[in-house]
Ligand binder design. Structure first.
Ligand SMILES: O=C(O)CCC(=O)C(=O)O
Ligand SMILES: [Fe+2]
Length: 312
């Protein structure tokens, strides 16, 4: 495993002090957002984009963000907003600014009807350790894997890191992992043989897709590497298809980078290209007061032109 904290991973986006100061100012003036169904309202997107456009240095953020997420070898970025979080706190003003940054990439939305626009990922000592709010290893996956139209991007904003110093995010270029497989494994992964999880109370992500192929043969910016390591345990999957998916999982791990998000770090993953997961949190979470445990906020994005709200 490569720990990328100080190494040359190209996904970090640091802002100049000058831009940070302008964004802090904007953050304190942005109006509350509105939503239309599951999506951030067009009127809010327009206002937030106009506010960012008024910042002379906003290209310093916009350019690298778009190329890091969509450039030839890109797919995943960590925008470092720690100084801004320090100045604004991590409440409404900071979230508005985070939304304005996301609105530069695509349209923020919340597919889970039972959650507010920002979905809290806290720590639940009773949850299955491998799942979202659990304390264990959350293996490589893409979010909403069994939807016909998964979110184009998934994003995690770090409000509070694990005070025990663990819970690093793991990230891997799924397309690169696929390129290292044998043709016969790739052929098996192109079969509609895989399934995972339930599908209910969702908006904006199409229909349930089951069974699905891992490799859909679509162009990179349209299709997905429809993978979650959790589907390996699903009943009814034959040995050959398990084996091919395990090979892919192994390649994802072989190519992984890991990084422990700090307060104010904003992880944005292009789901057409990269998969993500999490290392276990620190041992002894029961000794940490609930209000001090790790807390992330999750948001999803829909690219205009793939399947915008109007098309759903
Ligand atoms: O806890 C994390 O860092 C990742 C959580 C996650 O990937 C999810 O909830 O989908
Ligand atoms: Fe996830």
């Amino acid at each position: 495993m490569r720990e990328i904290v100080n190494a040359g991973w190209e996904g970090f986006i640091d802002l100049s002090r000058e831009l940070e100061e302008d964004l802090i100012e904007i953050g304190s003036t942005l109006p509350a957002w509105s939503v239309e169904g599951a999506f951030m309202a067009d009127s809010t997107i327009e206002r937030y984009r106009a506010a960012l456009d008024s910042v002379p240095l906003s290209d310093e953020l916009r350019g690298p963000l778009v190329s890091t997420l969509n450039g030839v070898t890109g797919g995943c970025a960590v925008v470092r907003l720690g100084n801004i979080a320090q100045a604004l706190g991590v409440g409404e003003q900071f979230l508005r600014l985070a939304m304005a940054i996301l609105a530069e990439v695509a349209i923020p939305f919340q597919p889970f009807r039972r959650w507010p626009l920002w979905k809290e990922i806290g720590v639940n000592l009773n949850a299955n350790p491998g799942l979202s709010t659990g304390t264990g290893y959350n293996a490589f996956h893409m979010d909403l894997v069994n939807a016909t139209q998964p979110p184009d991007y998934t994003t995690l904003l770090c409000v509070r890191p694990d005070p025990l110093g663990a819970g690093a995010s793991i990230l891997s270029d799924a397309r690169e992992a696929v390129s290292r497989l044998t043709p016969s494994s790739r052929a098996l992964l192109a079969d509609s043989a895989y399934s995972y999880g339930g599908f209910f109370d969702l908006s904006g992500v199409g229909e349930e897709y089951t069974p699905f192929p891992v490799l859909d043969g679509e162009p990179e910016d349209h299709g997905f590497v429809r993978f979650t390591a959790k589907m390996l345990a699903e009943s009814g999957l034959d040995k050959e298809h398990v084996h091919a998916a395990r090979e892919l999982a192994d390649q994802m791990v072989a190519g992984q980078v890991s990084y422990t998000l700090r307060r104010g770090d904003f992880l944005i993953v292009n789901q057409h290209r990269w998969v993500h997961g999490r290392e276990p949190l620190g041992d002894g979470q029961y000794r940490v007061a609930p209000e001090n445990r790790r807390l992330l906020l999750q948001m999803f994005l829909r690219s205009a032109g793939t399947t915008g709200p109007a098309a759903l």
